[in-house]
Design a protein around this ligand. Structure first.
Ligand SMILES: [Zn+2]
Ligand SMILES: [Zn+2]
Length: 274
């Protein structure tokens, strides 16, 4: 199994050493993982900032990758927070270092935080949804320094009224950034954390995944977005079912930013055992 979204103590919101995440991944039966610690330039929150010494992180990932090479493949990843005014810095960071895999994620939109609710405060649910996807679309027209978009429909995560909006009604708005992803030869992830965190859905939802496939999207990774070893690989069976239902027959792993397909049958044999 391939878990391509997890954090370690290099992320501000995670206290677990990289080594413990790797051991947790081995215990969970993972064949390969990507450590994707957070950098979020100009993250708009007074309480917390997401930044770390990337060189230090990479040195540690690499040393541990070597140490555990006979048991698991550890890829050097990053989760970079994208906002229109920091894209230049994001590009420099991604291009300056030897990452295998980069998740581009929106955590702030309109320079406001989604998680703490600021973004939703002066917007109707419809305005919030439209603003979020339009800003993402504008960014993706220019920004190409990533492998997959993280939790593509995260705008639904922190506001139930946005979540309740009709997919059919806003399909064309969601389509625009998806088309940019596809045109650029990039991908999206299925972020499974929504299930264990009570959202009741993955990010993106099956509707969006199907739309991505219809539009010609091919590259998808699976990610638990784990901040503790115990949730690595969580809900991957559901992720694989969703992929099948949407018409995919493979997922992707990455080496030096190059996507490499893995047939779903290979993943399904993992579950055939139980
Ligand atoms: Zn994220
Ligand atoms: Zn994450």
């Amino acid at each position: 199994m391939y878990d391509y979204h997890m954090h370690s103590y290099f992320s501000t919101d995670c206290a677990i050493p990289v080594k413990e995440m790797i051991e947790g991944a081995i215990a969970a039966g993972m064949k390969e993982i990507a450590i994707t610690d957070h950098i979020d330039y100009e993250y708009n929150s007074t309480e917390i900032q997401f930044d770390f010494d990337v060189e230090m992180g990479l040195v540690e990932y690499e040393a541990l990758a070597e140490q555990y090479a006979d048991r698991i493949k550890v890829r050097k990843g990053l989760e970079i927070g994208i906002q229109p005014h920091v894209l230049g810095r994001c590009s420099i960071l991604v291009n300056m270092h030897a990452f295998d895999f980069v998740i581009a994620s929106v955590h702030n939109s309109g320079k406001q935080d989604l998680y703490n609710g600021d973004f939703y405060r002066d917007r109707t649910p419809e305005e919030a949804l439209l603003f979020f996807y339009e800003e993402l679309y504008e960014m993706l027209k220019d920004y190409k320094d990533y492998s997959v978009i993280g939790h593509f429909d995260i705008v639904k995560r922190y506001n139930d009224d946005v979540k309740a909006l009709s997919f059919e009604k806003y399909k064309e708005v969601i389509e625009k950034p998806l088309k940019e992803v596809i045109k650029a030869g990039k991908g999206i992830e299925i972020n499974l954390s929504g299930i264990r965190q009570g959202l009741g859905e993955t990010l993106p939802s099956l509707d969006v995944l199907k739309l991505y496939k219809e539009l010609g999207g091919e590259i998808v990774t699976l990610g638990s977005d784990s901040h503790v070893p115990e949730t690595i690989g969580d809900q991957f069976r559901l992720g694989i079912q969703m992929l099948r239902e949407a018409g995919f027959d493979k997922i992707y792993r990455f080496e030096r930013m190059q996507p490499i397909p893995v047939p779903l049958e290979v993943l399904e044999t993992f579950y055939a055992r139980d």
